[in-house]
Ligand binder design. Structure first.
Ligand code: SF4
Ligand code: SF4
Length: 135
């Protein structure tokens, strides 16, 4: 699948996330995992910006107080904000991921998050199948 198509399908999912008055304090920026689709987009973004992909092991996370490697603590910003994964976007807008900074926001209905994950898993499966078939 072409990168543009992956981005288009991810955007469809991201568009279901309501705007949130997040002040980007980074308190929720701990160790995170993302899927294959988002990994492709993040790698592409870093490549375009001539930046290195960071792959941390457990010790790296411990030495960085369990912060995400893409969080810049001096500037208080996510350095991949434009392509941050779904799990980051859902912080503060789903019941299971309350904003640690206690910024109030409308919580998404369960039905919407279930639908998002359903579309996301479908995309991941398609990419995984492509990978396994050597495409
Ligand atoms: S969701 Fe909350 S904790 Fe996370 S960066 Fe935004 S304001 Fe900070
Ligand atoms: S990708 Fe960005 S928003 Fe997500 S945890 Fe890392 S720094 Fe925070």
């Amino acid at each position: 699948m072409k990168t543009k198509e992956i981005q288009r399908r991810l955007n469809e999912i991201y568009s279901l996330v309501p705007n949130f008055n997040c002040d980007r304090c980074g308190q929720c920026c701990g160790p995170i995992h993302w899927g294959l689709s988002e990994d492709i987009i993040i790698r592409e973004f870093l490549k375009e910006n001539k930046r290195e992909y960071i792959k941390w092991n457990e010790d790296d996370y411990i030495n960085n107080e369990l912060r995400c490697p893409y969080y810049n603590r001096e500037k208080n910003i996510c350095t991949i904000y434009q392509v941050r994964p779904l799990i980051c976007r859902l912080q503060g807008v789903v019941k299971e991921l309350p904003c640690p900074n206690k910024i109030p926001n409308k919580i998404l209905p369960r039905q919407t998050t279930d639908e998002m994950w359903r579309i996301f898993r479908k995309l991941e499966k398609e990419l995984d199948d492509e990978k396994n078939n050597g495409m």
